[in-house]
Design a protein around this ligand. Structure first.
Ligand code: NAD
Length: 275
């Protein structure tokens, strides 16, 4: 098996892409630590693993460095080290954001665009974004990726081997007009990936990113039918990606199949972005 007895930690493993990665890694023989802020969802993932006895759920908010440190201490104590980290935990919108208002504007713009009258509805996301929404978005994605990477490197450096995979997004490559804070966080993750990959290559640790397109998960379910149709119309393969297709990319990068990849991003996106 591709990940025989390797220890993997997947953040945000209680849902969507993270859950699919946990299942794929376990299928290939890994012992999987499933992190999430929602313990019951992390436990649900553990129960779904091919061998639940080799899984472990740990509740922690990756945006909190104290909780992250405690989680890695538990991993070291119980599993003796770490071979693979997947920084996957993420959010699409903050608590105080007007998701419904944005949906209305987005749909109005689509109708204006197809009617050929020119776009008159302005999104005005950035000018209305609160400090709290901006900070939480960067905290979960960028702080979380840094906090977990720092702790993982402390464990991986002892053995001079390991693989780290960071979930970025096509939002980093193209810019997502409805989510400047999300796009900034995902762009920061790409730059961080490149820098750390160069830094730790001499230790035999590889660091790569995945930048998915539109994937059918609980994160994208709140999109309205019109928004989903607009997303599809921009995706040449004409369908949504499935979490298992992103998991296959993560498995490639985590295993020896991806042994000459570091500092790269792979983008399972159905042709949405081809740069
Ligand atoms: N779904 C897509 O279309 C898509 C596209 C590109 C990138 N991504 C990225 O892929 C990753 C997974 O997305 P998904 O679609 O599976 O989302 P999801 O909402 O289905 O799952 C995200 C999981 O992360 C957990 N989480 C959120 N904040 C956390 C925190 N602070 N600490 C620990 N866990 C936390 C949630 O509880 C949830 O279980 C995210 O980083 C997302 O930005 C998703």
């Amino acid at each position: 098996m591709k990940l025989d007895d390797r220890v993997a930690l997947v953040t945000g493993g209680g849902s969507g892409i993270g859950r699919a990665i946990c299942l794929a890694f376990a299928e290939e023989g890994a012992r999987v630590v499933v992190n999430d802020t929602r313990l019951e969802e992390a436990e649900r993932t553990v129960k779904a693993l091919s061998d639940p006895a080799r899984g472990r759920a740990i509740q922690a908010d990756v945006a909190d460095s104290g909780q992250v440190k405690a989680m890695f201490t538990t991993v070291e104590r119980e599993l003796g080290g770490l071979d693979i980290l997947v920084n996957n935990a993420g959010i699409a919108v903050g608590a105080d954001e007007d998701r419904e208002g944005l949906r209305r504007k987005f749909e109005a713009r689509i109708m204006e665009a197809v009617s050929g009258q020119g776009i008159q509805t302005h999104l005005d996301v950035t000018e209305n974004l609160s400090d709290a929404a901006w900070r939480r978005m960067l905290a979960v994605h960028l702080d979380g990726t840094f906090f977990c990477t720092r702790e993982a490197l402390r464990l991986m450096s002892r053995r001079n081997r390991g693989a780290i995979i960071n979930l970025s997004s096509v939002a980093a490559l193209m810019g997502l007009e409805s989510a400047p804070h999300y796009s900034a966080a995902k762009g920061g993750i790409l730059a961080f990936t490149r820098a750390v990959a160069r830094e730790v290559a001499s230790r035999g640790i590889r660091v790569n990113a995945i930048a998915p397109g539109f994937i059918d998960t609980p994160m994208t379910q709140p999109m309205s039918p019109l928004m989903r149709a607009a997303a599809l119309s921009r995706t040449p393969l004409g369908r949504w990606g499935e979490p298992r297709e992103v998991a296959a990319t993560a498995l490639f990068l985590a295993s020896d199949d991806g042994s000459f990849f570091t500092g790269q991003w792979l983008s399972p996106n159905g042709g949405l972005f081809t740069g």
